[in-house]
Design a binder for this molecule. Structure first.
Ligand SMILES: Nc1ncnc2c1ncn2[C@@H]1O[C@H](COP(=O)(O)OP(=O)(O)OP(=O)(O)O)[C@@H](O)[C@H]1O
Length: 126
């Protein structure tokens, strides 16, 4: 294949990987209750952020928290599905994997709530 053809196929592969990632988001939106809940909370937080006219740095923090939370939830779903694929039986390692992935989501959710309070509480009180 010439250089032009190879470059085109690299672009095609890149576009395909975006399309697979988009499929993952659509599936999670359709199938995953926790992801749907996180998304609703994210929309509420974004409305609040507009309402309280956050500073540029507060916006950056909020966007990192929202994106991080949604990404972690997707990774947690991926772990759950892979474990389900590997075994339908009760296996301590399966529990270990699922609970650890869930713990990562929980930790980030606690961080997000604390930071959310730090940013929004003074504005609510004012
Ligand atoms: N194959 C398995 N072996 C051992 N423990 C498991 C297994 N599958 C799930 N568990 C454990 O059972 C509990 C519930 O897991 P389950 O996957 O049913 O619910 P979940 O984590 O809320 O995920 P989902 O989004 O699929 O409902 C968790 O503590 C998990 O670690």
């Amino acid at each position: 294949m010439d250089l032009k053809g190879r470059k085109r196929s690299e672009w095609t592969r890149l576009l395909k990987s975006f399309s697979f990632a988009w499929d993952g988001i659509k599936t999670a939106l359709r199938e995953e209750r926790n992801f749907q809940i996180h998304l609703i909370v994210a929309v509420v937080v974004l409305f609040a952020a507009f309402w309280f006219e956050l500073t540029r740095y507060e916006w950056i923090i909020i966007l990192f928290l929202i994106t991080g939370m949604l990404s972690l939830e997707l990774m947690n779903t991926a772990v759950e599905r892979v474990v389900d694929l590997v075994t339908k039986e009760y296996k301590p390692l399966a529990k270990y994997a699922k609970d650890t992935a869930a713990a990562a989501v929980l930790l980030y959710a606690v961080l997000s709530i604390i930071v959310g309070f730090i940013i929004f509480l003074p504005k609510l009180i004012n």
